[in-house]
Design a protein around this ligand. Structure first.
Ligand code: UT7
Length: 327
């Protein structure tokens, strides 16, 4: 049990207009729609404009949240942007978002846990609000992965897309959202999925890739489908209910075949599993809020539903969190 005093009170999202379909990719690399759909379930992804960055996507996701829930963010006292594709090494995306939104005196920090970023961000926000350190926290998961994708590498360029989602976490003792969690990291496996920056070696090994994502897809796939079902169970071991009582499962949307395998191994029904991978591809830290918001717009998630979020990926790192949905 998390002894939470924090509630998710609003959600918003944004994806760029431009679409990149499997047929477009057929003209760029040696691949085809049939292979991509069969191995990943992905049909298309959204791609940011040349001059559109993670701070722009984050800002638009928050604007969407404000409009839909008639919420002001003037009194937000902490902004957490979960991303692996910041506009700059410094300043942080969160500082840029703070300025774009005109929120004065808010704390601002970026959090990079790749595809587990958003669930890590929620974990941190719940801790800050429940402890009384902050009253109103924006948690944003946003990415411009197209800017760090090698469009000559068919094993990765078919996967990634751009987009963002945002939630507001506010103090609420009566109806807290956060029921239980489980998270961790396996940095020993870091080389399975990386994007170079300053260093050219990792765990003592030389790297390739110069600024683009490099992935050993098979290794990450095997790791995720083996560890995620156990991680989901660990979240439930700390929860006041069992996995069968969960209404919706929202895994990181990396690959639909992986999601199906995780469901099969964990015994959770795929019909109650939410994903954004088919139309948006793998959007890393944005994938879970995009899946949530898509399901809300489709009228699937209702107040009082129990929703199990589970992020996993680069690090390798993972974080699961059980939510009582009461927006
Ligand atoms: O978000 C962070 C976490 N990331 C993930 O969870 C990603 C996990 N991994 C995956 O999603 C999958 O491993 C991939 C979709 C990346 C790859 O699928 P796979 O079924 O594991 O394929 P593979 O890498 O084992 O490759 C199988 C074959 C190879 O050909 P040979 O050696 O059997 O002749 C590849 O060269 O498929 C070939 N291949 C392709 N063929 C057509 C690889 N990419 C493509 C492609 N189109 N785009």
């Amino acid at each position: 049990m998390m002894n939470s005093k924090a509630r998710i009170t609003a959600i918003g999202s944004y994806v760029p207009e431009k679409r990149l379909s499997n047929y477009d990719l057929e003209k760029m690399v040696d691949t085809n729609d049939e292979w991509i759909v069969q191995r990943t379930g992905i049909k298309e992804r959204r791609i940011a404009d040349e001059n559109e960055y993670t701070s722009d996507i984050s800002y638009k996701a928050v604007k969407n949240l404000m409009e839909r829930y008639d919420k002001s963010v003037d009194d937000v006292d902490m902004i957490i942007v979960c991303t692996l594709t910041p506009d700059f090494k410094t300043p942080s995306v969160a500082s840029l978002v703070q300025a774009k939104l005109g929120i004065s005196h808010a704390g601002a920090l970026d959090l990079n846990v790749a595809c587990a970023g958003f669930t890590y961000g929620l974990y941190v926000a719940n801790g800050l609000v429940s402890s009384g350190l902050n009253k109103k926290v924006l948690v944003i998961g946003a990415e411009t992965l197209s800017k760090v994708t090698d469009y000559t590498d068919r094993s990765t360029c078919i996967l990634f897309g751009d987009g963002g989602g945002a939630v507001l976490v506010e103090y609420d003792e009566q109806q807290p959202s956060f029921l239980s969690s489980h998270l961790g990291s396996e940095g020993e496996r870091a080389k399975s999925l990386y994007c170079t920056n300053l260093s050219e070696t990792l765990n003592g090994e030389e790297l390739i890739g110069s600024g683009c994502i490099v992935q050993n897809g098979r290794e990450v796939y095997k790791w995720a489908v083996t560890t995620a079902p156990k991680g989901m169970q660990s979240v439930m071991n700390n929860a006041p209910m069992e996995l069968k009582d969960v209404d919706w499962f929202v895994p990181h949307s990396a690959n639909l075949r992986m999601i199906e395998s995780i469901c099969e191994k964990s015994g959770f029904p795929i019909e109650q599993t939410l994903y954004s991978v088919v139309n948006y591809g793998n959007t890393s830290s944005a994938s879970i809020p995009l899946s949530l918001d898509k399901a809300l717009r489709e009228g699937k998630i209702k107040n009082g539903d129990k929703v199990l979020l589970y992020g996993f990926g680069g690090g390798l790192a993972y974080a699961g969190i059980l939510i009582n949905w009461t927006i």
